[in-house]
Design a protein around this ligand. Structure first.
Ligand SMILES: Cc1cc2nc3c(=O)[nH]c(=O)nc-3n(C[C@H](O)[C@H](O)[C@H](O)COP(=O)(O)OP(=O)(O)OC[C@H]3O[C@@H](n4cnc5c(N)ncnc54)[C@H](O)[C@@H]3O)c2cc1C
Length: 476
């Protein structure tokens, strides 16, 4: 057998089955079907792994990873299953599902340790009675694992930066089957790389994070008709958050969406997701968004847990979905131009003829200096200026139109990227948690960061197991 030839998959599954018994699920078993239904993008549930492995201890995960590494078996790792990128959290070979790593423990010093199989809502359920919050997902159901390993944008990003910056320790299974803790003072380079470096170094089984004491916060969504006048107002306000004098406690995610039957006037809708890290009604730092005329408004004094519960519309496992993302700097006029071009292209693309209930959406997140210019593996260099993240999202139901939806999205993404290049505004980097297969993620980071990531990968994974065998965004 050549060096890189995988062992026969049936033999590997048999060996794992002998060793791990009921933790190895196979097609046809009800537990397998249930596990394989847990993908936010239903297209990923159509992939049928030969076996789904469901260990519940880091020792078992280590033994499994050692077997998969040594037999050169391709595999995918999944925590919450919310990354829509096709086959980045699954594989026709082996799926390692980490859902059973679900313990949550409050530690002294306002720290919390939780398994990678948790969803954010269950972490907030434990923290809220103690008056604690943690920079985590803005939706209750999103998994902690993929979110944190790629960076993480929370309701508190203005003050805390990327969520991964608040991680104090990772428990990691390395490709050779060792279990190590990476923290300040222990495996420090690995500790740095895992903060944004994704699945490229090992399989993380638990995270320890620093919490903050914060009781009530303020937040909710303001829904507005996306008329041309409102769009101008929204994008002026959005670009206002990229300046130097911003209130760090203020949060906004600008969501726009369109479906011809849900938006009969022909204009898309806006949903302005607002939050403020304090019990301040109508915060001054979000004034420009509060002046937008809303047709529905859920902003109120609330908590991190309640706010994460609001995002119910987007959480089910019943739809197919894609993300395409990119970054840019520029003016409100440029953003308006991109917005108009996106919806004009979506309406003309035929996607709503393919599926009348399809949804086309765009999400904008302002990335302030604190996030852009950190030295972590998800920042653009110490001198980087603030920028905007653009995430394009399609959702639909019919599996037969999936390929066409992807090619429509590719075409539109190419057109918009070219528009931004022409305006000298395009940044060739996409935050992994909003990227599609064809978007540039790690390759767009500063060369110094990339080199450091390569060195960490070479030290902890000299055989390149996580580069060659494991699904997901790779370093190159
Ligand atoms: C409804 C919705 C809301 C969202 N809200 C936000 C938000 O508020 N802020 C934000 O920043 N992003 C958000 N996202 C994006 C989200 O953060 C990513 O999709 C994230 O990767 C999901 O984490 P997960 O554990 O569910 O991912 P999974 O799909 O399980 O995994 C994603 C990737 O990470 C790898 N991975 C996962 N766990 C591990 C592990 N333990 N060790 C090694 N590799 C691992 C997987 O192999 C895969 O490549 C949202 C997405 C959706 C669909």
């Amino acid at each position: 057998m050549g060096d890189s030839t995988p062992a026969p998959l049936d033999d590997v599954v048999l060996k794992l089955k002998r060793e791990f018994g009921t933790a190895v699920l196979q097609p046809g078993e009800s537990a397998y079907e249930e596990e394989n239904g847990r993908f936010w993008n239903r297209d990923n549930s159509d992939v049928r792994p030969k076996a789904i492995l469901t260990p519940s201890s880091s020792q078992d995960a280590a033994s499994i990873i050692h077997t998969l590494s040594s037999t050169k078996t391709p595999f995918a790792i999944r925590s919450g299953g919310y990354m829509p990128t096709p086959s980045y959290n699954t594989s026709p070979s082996i799926l390692l599902s980490l859902r059973r790593f679900s313990s949550i423990e409050l530690l002294q010093g306002d720290r919390v340790r939780f398994g990678t199989g948790c969803q954010w809502g269950s972490v907030y359920d434990v923290l809220e009675p103690h008056g604690l919050v943690v920079p985590g997902g803005r939706s209750r159901h999103v998994g902690v694992g993929g979110f944190l390993l790629h960076g993480g944008i929370s309701h508190f990003y203005g003050a805390t930066g990327w969520a991964c910056e608040s991680i104090l320790a990772f428990e990691v299974v390395l490709p050779d089957g060792r279990v190590v803790e990476a923290s300040q003072g222990r495996e420090e380079e690995l500790f740095w790389a895992l903060k944004g470096g994704g699945k490229n170094f090992g399989c993380v089984t638990a995270f320890t994070m620093q919490c903050q004491r914060l009781g009530k916060i303020w937040g909710g969504s303001r829904v507005a008709l996306g008329t041309p006048g409102v769009a101008v107002q929204v994008f002026d306000a959005t670009h206002g958050l990229l300046g130097e004098e911003v209130d760090e406690k203020a949060h906004v995610e600008v969501i726009s969406f369109y479906n011809p039957y849900a938006c009969p006037g022909g204009d898309p809708m806006f949903s302005l997701s607002l939050a403020y890290a304090g019990e301040v009604e109508k915060p001054e730092g979000l004034k420009a968004f509060l002046e937008v005329e809303a047709v529905a408004d859920t902003t109120r004094p609330t908590s991190q847990r309640e706010l994460a519960d609001d995002e119910k519309n987007f959480i089910g496992f019943d739809k197919r979905a894609l993300f395409r993302g990119f970054s840019y700097r520029g003016s409100p006029e440029l953003t308006l131009d991109v917005y108009n071009a996106f919806y004009a292209a979506a309406k003309a693309s035929g996607m709503f003829e393919l599926e009348p209930s399809a949804l086309a959406a765009v999400l904008w997140s302002p990335i302030n200096r604190k996030m852009a210019a950190r030295t972590s593996a998800v920042s653009l260099g110490e001198d980087a200026e603030p920028y905007l993240l653009f995430c394009m999202n399609f959702r639909w139901e019919n599996p037969e139109v999936s390929t066409k939806m992807h090619s429509i999205a590719n075409r539109i993404a190419d057109e918009l990227k070219q528009k931004l290049r022409d305006a000298d505004a395009f940044i060739p980097y996409t935050y992994g948690n909003i990227a599609g297969v064809d978007d540039v993620t790690y390759a767009g980071l500063p060369e110094k960061t990339r080199q450091r990531l390569r060195e960490v990968a070479a030290k902890y994974d000299p055989q390149g197991v996580f580069q060659k065998q494991v699904a997901g965004f790779k370093l190159e």
